[in-house]
Write a protein that binds this ligand. Structure first.
Ligand code: ATP
Ligand code: MG
Length: 399
């Protein structure tokens, strides 16, 4: 059997001068649609702020125009932006069949000799004098006549696509999938509890993908917050937000107020971690309110470790007076790891780091009773400790 031909590198062989951006869910937004499209437009502009581009909105798509020949280089950046389902390079052609003939021939000639091809056309401009199938027949016939190439409609080596729209014709190149979801910023602000393990960066990414801007909260064991800024916590947050062209607020809280509260106490060891997590919950809610975040987000995953049983997750929630979102709660660990690799956080996540949870006694009670937890807490200065932690919190910008 003959070896298949290598796929032609159409992305780089053709001087694309624009990007065609498709969005999926935004199209369903009815009366709010304008707000969503505008947010996506601004987000694209922000990510491409160093490039000379213009982002224009049309009914079901956006067009990013740039200097001739330079559009392909922008695809990678754009393909990470939330709200985008697919992005393809395009070039803008005059509204003539001749322009399509010339473009199709040039495209076919960029492929290795012997490649099969097909022409596909879509026509939204009903005033154009030819139907889609007439265009396909005419342009395809021209390429065949000039090159003697074989047409393969089912699985061509080279697919040459045209969209005949109102003011011009687009030739469309190979599409790259985006993350889909909603544009960042349309769903409000939340506070992500960030530990720097595998799960919390993925949880933050999924939260942003649903349109939420997020601040980050990390409880640390360093003598000073500046040391956290040189740790993987800072760089991981940057890895999550940088593809969206944003900076983010990182709130750092020292672990020692909790440690000092435990000194000299005689609480059962198997309750220490639960108490610590409820201390995190209360401190997080107080800081969320102070910073106008409407909910907490965690990377909890049901049953992953002893502190994430149904009872322990519920004990955390009982200490909160804000909603707690857990994007990963029902996911399989392998799927979380795959996503962490896809968004490039996995490698840093598995680097060693001394998280405060590791200082608290291991082996937590897996089926704690809320009354028992509350009885233990009633013997301790919980509110004062939370207040001390809130006062000790420092805020930093992750650029
Ligand atoms: P991850 O993989 O996200 O680090 P984990 O597997 O280490 O989580 P836990 O230590 O039980 O699991 O943490 C569960 C969740 O609690 C984390 O996803 C995070 O949202 C929150 N959390 C844990 N430690 C901290 C911390 N030091 N600061 C802020 N939030 C934390
Ligand atoms: Mg986890």
């Amino acid at each position: 059997m003959a070896n298949p031909l290598p796929a032609p590198d159409l992305l780089h062989a053709i001087p694309w001068d624009a990007l065609l951006i498709h969005f999926s869910e935004i199209a369903l937004k009815g009366g709010n649609r304008h707000r969503f499209v505008e947010a996506l437009q601004n987000n694209i502009q922000r990510v491409l702020r160093d490039d000379p581009v213009k982002v224009s909105a049309y009914h079901d798509r956006l067009i990013v125009t740039t200097q001739q020949g330079s559009a392909a280089a922008l695809i990678e950046k754009v393909s990470h932006i939330f709200g985008i389902s697919a992005v393809s390079p395009v070039r803008l052609l005059p509204s003539t069949v001749d322009a399509m003939r010339t473009a199709a021939l040039e495209t076919y000639r960029a492929a290795p000799p012997g490649a099969t091809f097909a022409v596909r056309a879509k026509r939204s401009n009903k005033r154009f004098p030819m139907t889609s199938s007439q265009i396909q027949f005419e342009v395809g016939g021209y390429v065949k006549e000039q090159t003697d190439a074989t047409v393969c409609l089912g699985c061509p080596d080279v697919l040459i696509k045209f969209r005949v729209s109102d003011n011009c014709i687009y030739q469309e190149g190979p599409a790259v999938q985006g993350p889909a979801g909603l544009p960042l910023g349309v769903s409000g602000r939340v506070l992500t509890l960030f530990s720097g393990g595998i799960d919390s960066p993925v949880a933050a990414w999924m939260t942003m993908k649903r349109g939420c801007t997020t601040d980050y909260l990390h409880f640390h064991t360093y003598p000073s917050p500046e040391q956290v800024l040189h740790s993987k916590i800072y760089s991981l947050i940057r890895d999550v937000i940088a593809p969206q062209g944003r900076s983010a607020r990182l709130i750092l809280v020292p672990y020692h107020p909790f440690e000092e509260m435990l000194l000299g106490s005689t609480i059962p060891q198997e309750y220490e971690l639960i108490l610590f997590r409820r201390f995190m919950a209360r401190t997080a809610c107080a800081l969320a309110r102070k910073n106008r975040c409407a909910a907490l987000v965690t990377g909890d995953n049901l049953g992953q470790v002893a502190s994430q049983t149904l009872e322990n997750l519920s004990a955390f929630d009982q200490a909160c007076d804000l909603p707690v979102f857990r994007p990963l709660v029902m996911a399989n660990k392998n799927d979380i790891i795959d996503l962490a690799k896809k968004i490039s956080t996995f490698a840093a996540s598995v680097e060693p780091y001394k998280d405060c949870c590791s200082l608290v006694a291991r082996g937590p009670q897996t089926h704690p009773r809320l009354v028992t937890i509350q009885r233990i807490e009633s013997t301790m200065p919980i509110a004062e400790t939370v207040e001390t932690a809130v006062q000790a919190a420092t805020i930093h910008e992750v650029e």
